[in-house]
Design a protein around this ligand. Structure first.
Ligand code: SF4
Length: 113
């Protein structure tokens, strides 16, 4: 038996998961999926900053388009640190497509002229 707090939405339901991965305490199906993923293949969204190559001392905020396996966070951070982008940047631009083959893009979240 395991207990978790669902972090999918601000409601924060308290979840209980038994040994057969039956979930109780969730107010919607997303909570059950979150609990199962968390116990079998935990995933996280990443938010970070990426270097802007053609501006001095400038970075732009980025995030993953979807959650990635928790165990790959440092590898993805290395990729983000390796690659830079050129300004101008626009919210929604893809800085890295399908990062490390994980099915997630690195998406720019700030406009820079
Ligand atoms: S179980 Fe559903 S309602 Fe409850 S916190 Fe998770 S996503 Fe929100």
């Amino acid at each position: 038996m395991k207990e978790l707090t669902c972090i999918v939405c601000p409601r924060g339901c308290r979840l209980t998961i038994d040994d057969e991965l039956n979930v109780t305490g969730n107010s919607c199906p997303r909570g059950a999926q979150y609990a199962k993923d968390e116990l079998t293949n935990p995933k996280r969204m990443i938010t970070s900053f990426m270097r802007v190559k053609n501006r001095e001392n400038c970075v732009v905020s980025v995030k993953t388009s979807t959650s990635i396996p928790k165990g790959k966070i440092f590898d993805v951070m290395e990729e983000i640190n390796k690659v830079g982008v050129d300004a101008p940047t626009h919210i929604g631009d893809i800085a890295i497509s399908n990062v490390l083959g994980l099915g997630a893009d690195i998406v720019i979240t700030k406009n820079i002229k």
